[in-house]
Design a protein around this ligand. Sequence first.
Ligand SMILES: [Zn+2]
Length: 393
Amino acid sequence: MCALKLFNTMSGRKEVFRPLAPPRVSMFVCGPTVQSGMHLGHARTYIFFDALARYLGRLGYDVFYLMNITDIDEKISQAAKAAGEDPMEYSKRMTESLIADMGSLNIETVSKFEPVSPHVDEAIRETAVLLDKGLAYQADGWVFFDTAKFGRWGRLSHLTKNGLALRPLELVPAKKNLNDFALWRPEVLVDGLWTSPWGLGSPGWHIQDTAVTIPLLGAQYDIHGGAYELIYPHHEAEIAQAESLTGVRPFVVHWVHTNLVKTGGEKMSKSLGNAVTVKEAMKSLSAAEIRFFFLSIHYRKEAGLSGIGAARRRLRRMKEAARKVGASERDGSTLGAFGRALDDDFDTPKALKWAEATLKAASKVGDRDRARRMAAPAIAGMKTLGVDLLEGA
Ligand SMILES: [Zn+2]
């Protein structure tokens, strides 16, 4: 059914995408922490997974795309305090703003946005099970996962023992191993919340994901996505938790990660203070321009923002050519070389170049029907990725 190959971070190579129970595809992508507005670094990741979900739909799959929203976090509590707001009120407002930003970017494929806060009980239950199994331990009000007891620790990030030793997590003296990560933290983020068998506190960041996915997607699912920076320790920790809890492996069949957005040679991030928010960007750029720009760079390559102007001009010329040719009567055409480029590890830059050349050539053909037939796969392909070249035509 499917010729789509995607790079799998776990194996380190391109693999044919084979869902567990076709035509259903279950996809989970880590959503942002809502301490501040969505920026272009986030936008790149979510535009990519939206385009991928659209393409899977076009291939005939029934995609269930789940995105969690981290609405409990130290940074959120700090930002709420600075704004003089209740943390849960603040995160509710920011979550609504985030979903609105997704909408304005035409990110339409997410089946369910799931805030983490209603799943704290499940995170506590999962932590208790890991303690029962002897895979976690308590120390000074914390509960840590004992990474020495999980043989596959480090597999996803391809880190050696020495590499792992250089990347210690959570510097709490009572820990057994440097890489042990917190399942429960003795930190009160919201007054009076949350009560656990280990005292008041909050769930660790990584267990928040398995608390959402195990009940909603089960012990195993098809695609887990996110930004590169989440591979270690976040996704590594999710594997350790989920596979230890359910005994089912692999927990995720296909791991897909998007590379960074850089600005002035640095990673775009809220903490570095160089983030361009989606709301700011959309004052001068359309959703189609932002989408076209990010899709003009392969998802596994770093993106710098310097190419935005060139991407805008390319899109404008493609729209002009598409309007000149006009829509084909026989839409729903096959995608041809456009689809073959997407099938090869979602090579959107190649697909876009092909569409651009095809439209340019079609716009020079005198016979209108022939021109339309020529242009149809390019227009249909772009539409599949969420860029409607005939919009407003
Ligand atoms: Zn996550």
